[in-house]
Design a protein around this ligand. Structure first.
Ligand SMILES: C[C@H](O)[C@@H](O)CC(=O)C(=O)O
Ligand SMILES: [Mg+2]
Length: 438
């Protein structure tokens, strides 16, 4: 029986601030990074890979927390862990002392996401299937047992969650067949990072249209004049039919958000993303009311399932953008998907970070197959940088994710990438430090 023999956690940072890939009004100089976790086992070739996404400084804190989070897994039987993924999540999540540092938020929660993402990867690899298929073959009861419904049952009792999933069970096979043909629809953020020049924005919008994207997202919120100019360029290239989304990354107070979004309404944005503090449920509700029919989207900084419950209960958002490396892995994500389906809010997962596209493709596919059963209003993010570091990178064709076929959660990075970009002693960072000191 294979056992987990050791846990490795790596601080890996990619210098995206140099090219402004990933830049926005709040995060102007992020280096897309990850606290990357490997669960090693004594079975030949079997390991679990997972990570949480960060943007540079502080990744070391997540690494330290991940090592503590994963400690109870060392020596454990892989089969026992993988056969009850709800139990292992609950055990790690409710550590009686680490919990005090959250609960369910901040560095300890990011670390839980990294570790449990690796556990889910391990489970899918052990089963020999991609994660989306592992989930799509679980019964409604098994899914609800794995989901973290704690603190949610006032909004969604367990029995209703099971009924919801059961009502979608018969169409699963048909929906998989559809996605095998068409892929899962996605949009690109890669044309519109804030630090890009107008010429680059125009060229990348042209390329996005040529590549078959029907949705393009643009960063806004630093200067209204710049936003008007950039949105005009984007609309000119995209024409009236391609959807344009705008993303402010939390820079505004509520009244400013309303005023600014109204000033951009002429460009017909589908949604305004993160208009204000990610924790401000009622603020989002007020913005939504004021800027309709422009939708309100948020969730990449949604710290836990309870926040999403309140967003849904308050009718605060039109689109839920849960993050695969911020929520406590598939266990908590399942709960948010169930809630979203219950409240009839489409989930369009956030993926603007290293490796997030690799993860969210599995979640979106599973949602269509087994939870919402719908593609209405649903489009998953894609950004086109850093995929070369992944052993099984996602593939996008004609504006849609191609269904991944390899076993696991597509989270594994090349060893060479880890050696090069490990901070601060990987070869890239040591060379850069040496260059800076000469
Ligand atoms: C810091 C990240 O790059 C952020 O800008 C991503 C984001 O907001 C998105 O993809 O949406
Ligand atoms: Mg965003």
């Amino acid at each position: 029986m294979p056992r987990i023999t050791s846990v490795e956690a790596v601080d890996v940072r990619f210098p995206t601030s140099l090219t402004q890939d990933g830049s926005d009004a709040m995060n102007k100089d992020g280096d897309h990074s990850a606290a990357y976790v490997v669960l090693h086992t004594d079975a030949d070739g079997l390991a679990g890979h997972g990570f949480t996404f960060t943007i540079g400084r502080g990744t070391d804190l997540c690494v330290a927390a991940a090592l503590q989070r994963a400690e109870p897994l060392i020596g454990r039987d892989v089969g026992e862990l993988c056969d009850d993924l709800g139990a292992v999540y609950r055990e790690l999540q409710s550590d009686t002392q680490l919990r005090w540092l959250g609960p369910d938020k901040g560095v300890v929660h990011l670390a839980l996401a990294a570790v449990m993402n690796a556990v889910w990867d391990l489970a899918a690899r052990r089963a020999g299937v991609p994660l989306w298929r592992l989930l799509s073959e679980m019964s409604p009861e098994q899914l609800v047992d794995a989901a973290d419904l704690r603190y949610l049952t006032d909004a969604l009792p367990r029995e209703q969650a099971i009924t919801l999933l059961a009502s979608r069970e018969s169409g699963r096979r048909q929906r998989i067949a559809e996605l095998e043909v068409s892929g899962y629809p996605c949009y690109t953020t890669s044309a519109g990072w804030l630090g890009y020049s107008d010429a680059k924005l125009r060229r990348l919008c042209e390329e996005a249209v040529a590549a078959g994207y029907n949705y393009v997202k643009l960063k806004v919120g630093a200067s209204l004049d710049d936003d008007i100019r950039r949105c005009r360029i984007a609309r000119e290239v995209l024409g009236p039919d391609v959807h344009l989304m705008i993303d402010a990354n939390q820079v505004w107070d509520v009244p400013e958000a309303i005023e600014w979004v109204k000033a951009l309404a002429a460009f017909d944005p589908l949604w305004i993303e993160e208009p204000t503090s990610p924790d401000d449920v009622l603020g989002h509700a007020a913005i939504r009311k004021a800027v309709a029919p422009i939708g309100v989207a948020t969730g990449e900084h949604g710290m836990n399932r309870v926040l999403f419950k309140q967003m849904f209960q308050a009718g605060a958002i039109d689109y839920c953008q849960l993050d695969a490396a911020r929520l406590g892995s598939v266990n908590e994500i399942l709960a948010v998907y169930l809630l979203a389906a219950w409240f009839d809010v489409p989930v369009c997962p956030h993926a603007g970070g290293v490796g997030l596209c690799e993860l969210v493709q599995h979640l979106a596919i599973f949602d269509y197959v087994a939870v919402s059963g719908s593609l209405d209003g649903r489009v998953t993010e894609y950004v086109d940088h850093l995929h070369e570091h992944f052993v099984e990178p996602c593939v996008v064709r004609n504006g849609a994710y191609v269904l991944p076929g390899a076993p696991g959660y597509s989270a594994e990075m090349y060893r060479q990438s880890l050696e090069t970009y490990r901070f601060p002693d990987g070869s890239y960072w040591t060379a850069r430090a040496a260059g800076a000191s000469t």
